[in-house]
Design a protein around this ligand. Structure first.
Ligand code: SF4
Ligand code: SF4
Length: 510
């Protein structure tokens, strides 16, 4: 932790000014070849790119030596980069992510964790409408009439996103409400897919009929996440507020699978469904889908059910249980690689939105003498363990942000919608201006700001934690438990158990 802190201080006065001016030498838009930043990376990786003499000169003399040194410094294998950027089906999204990272270093310098020039992913709650009334809905969907963007306005937003920071957004996820109840959903999804490399949806699954699954496939949606609150109809339907919701959600899952869509079941685990954890994992294995644990966050309708939040011990149990599953996959993949030279096993099948998952998986893998860890909610890539502190756990307002159905921008879907969390509107304000300057975003990005408490004479809190650069605690939980104070500790973490017990419990809901 101290090393990261010292590095941050050193970088800001020594390396960063040099890096910024070096990158600016090859962050150019050429009228003949396009982005030299991206073309020079392809050139470095050995892809056939045809550059004008000036670009070729800058690429060989400045950009390629820069990439060579950078990849060595970060211990990133060139073969890994080659696979992700040039051979992966989502190579274009990886390239955009790389472009945003480089432009972020050029703008803000190297920081731990790093801040790209635009988000890698945006979750867009495309509608407030929903056919269900789930108890824990963060959007309080289906209640009241709130204005949403028209089809044309939504397309304008997608155009804006496709140009973020002059590079474009790598990944977009439609959520809600229930995205599929919006009448123009497929029109918007198809429009998005033409502009953004990776498009996914988070759905309650109940309207993913055979026909809709086919349409999801046809418009090119890459990934579908379906909420499942339990492995049985009793548990799921009770939370979802209607009967048959479980059966219909399961049908949604199998319909997606029949179309060959990458599918996931996602569960908010809380005290009333924790006993379903093992069965949910088994269910995901039987179905052959991913499993995503959603952290309980007291926001939206869930604020009224704060007593359902897991204790730090219960949360640790969840993270260790799913962590063991992903570590097993990691070890299996590694063994295959050793024996056969390669493995096609998907490792990122058991994930969690708890940023502490990085800390827990790090410890679990150390027990096997390994250094694998899950770097962020959605990132469990073998080969980038050494940059976990750059990726840095909670991505709110840094690697990711969210849009509301009316185009309002927020740091994360789990922040409530209020005057202090809405950063602007993507149609009316400049996204770049928000991203560069918003004070709440900068508060969320700087881990040295995280606070502690003294409990029984001991300093406890995310600020004190040696894992704060790979985790950082869920800032939406800090917001929810401490009246909007985003730098307070995440009291759901096992390291902060003394605060959960002694202090914050009194502040719940206050
Ligand atoms: S104390 Fe905070 S930063 Fe450390 S692991 Fe827990 S939640 Fe993450
Ligand atoms: S605040 Fe951070 S950790 Fe919490 S849900 Fe949002 S992105 Fe994830």
């Amino acid at each position: 932790m101290l090393i990261d802190q010292v590095e941050n201080a050193l970088f800001s006065v020594t390396v960063n000014p040099l890096l910024k001016s070096l990158i600016s030498l090859f962050d150019k838009e050429c009228s003949e070849d396009g982005s030299l930043l991206l073309n020079s990376l392809k050139d470095f990786l050995g892809a056939p790119v045809f550059l004008c003499p000036t670009c070729q000169h800058i690429s060989s003399k400045i950009a390629k030596p820069f990439y060579e040194l950078g990849s060595r410094f970060l211990h990133i294998d060139k073969k890994f980069m080659n696979n992700q950027f040039l051979n992966d089906q989502y190579g274009e999204s990886w390239l955009r992510g790389f472009g945003l990272m480089m432009k972020g270093i050029e703008k803000y310098g190297v920081r731990i964790p790093f801040v790209p020039a635009g988000p890698f992913e945006i979750v867009w709650n495309i509608t407030y409408q929903c056919n269900l009334r789930c108890k824990h809905c963060y959007e309080n969907a289906g209640s009241g009439k709130r204005s949403e963007l028209s089809t044309d306005e939504a397309k304008q937003v997608l155009d804006t996103l496709s140009r973020i920071a002059g590079v474009g957004l790598p990944a977009l996820s439609f959520s809600g409400g229930e995205p599929l109840v919006r009448k123009d959903f497929f029109e918007l999804a198809a429009y998005a897919k033409k502009r953004i490399g990776y498009v996914s949806i988070a759905s309650n699954g109940t309207v993913i009929t055979r026909d809709n699954a086919r349409r999801i496939k046809d418009v090119g949606i890459d990934y579908v996440e379906i909420s499942v609150d339990g492995a049985t109809p009793q548990v799921h339907d009770e939370f979802r507020g209607i009967t048959n919701a479980f059966e219909r959600a399961m049908k949604g899952v199998t319909n997606c699978l029949e179309e060959g869509i990458d599918t996931c079941i996602a569960t908010v685990l809380h005290r009333d469904n924790l006993f379903e954890l093992d069965r949910l994992i088994d269910l995901s294995k039987q179905l052959g889908v991913r499993f995503m644990h959603f952290n309980f966050i007291p926001t939206g309708r869930a604020k009224a059910y704060v007593e359902l939040d897991l204790t730090p011990d219960e949360r640790l149990h969840v993270l260790e249980t799913i962590g063991k599953e992903i570590i097993e996959l990691y070890l299996e993949a590694k063994e295959k690689e050793i024996k056969r030279g390669a493995s096609d096993l998907k490792v990122d099948r058991f994930l969690s939105t708890c940023p502490q998952y990085a800390s827990v998986t790090k410890e679990l893998s150390q027990r096997h003498g390994e250094k694998f860890m899950v770097e962020a909610h959605y990132a469990a890539k073998k080969g980038i363990e050494s940059v976990a502190n750059f990726l840095g756990g909670c991505g709110a307002g840094r690697l990711y942000c969210c849009l509301e159905p009316n185009g309002d921008v927020k740091p994360c879907v789990f922040f409530p919608t209020s005057e202090d969390t809405v950063l602007g509107n993507v149609l009316k304000d400049s996204f770049e201006e928000i991203w560069n300057n918003d004070p709440l975003l900068w508060k969320l990005r700087i881990r040295e700001n995280l606070e502690n408490y003294i409990v029984n004479g001991k300093r406890v809190g995310c600020g004190e934690c040696s894992d704060k650069y790979i985790c950082g605690g869920c800032r939406a939980r800090a917001y929810g438990y401490f009246n909007g104070k985003v730098t307070k500790p995440d009291i759901g973490c096992i390291h902060n158990k003394p605060i959960w017990e002694k202090i914050a419990i009194n502040e719940k809901g206050s």
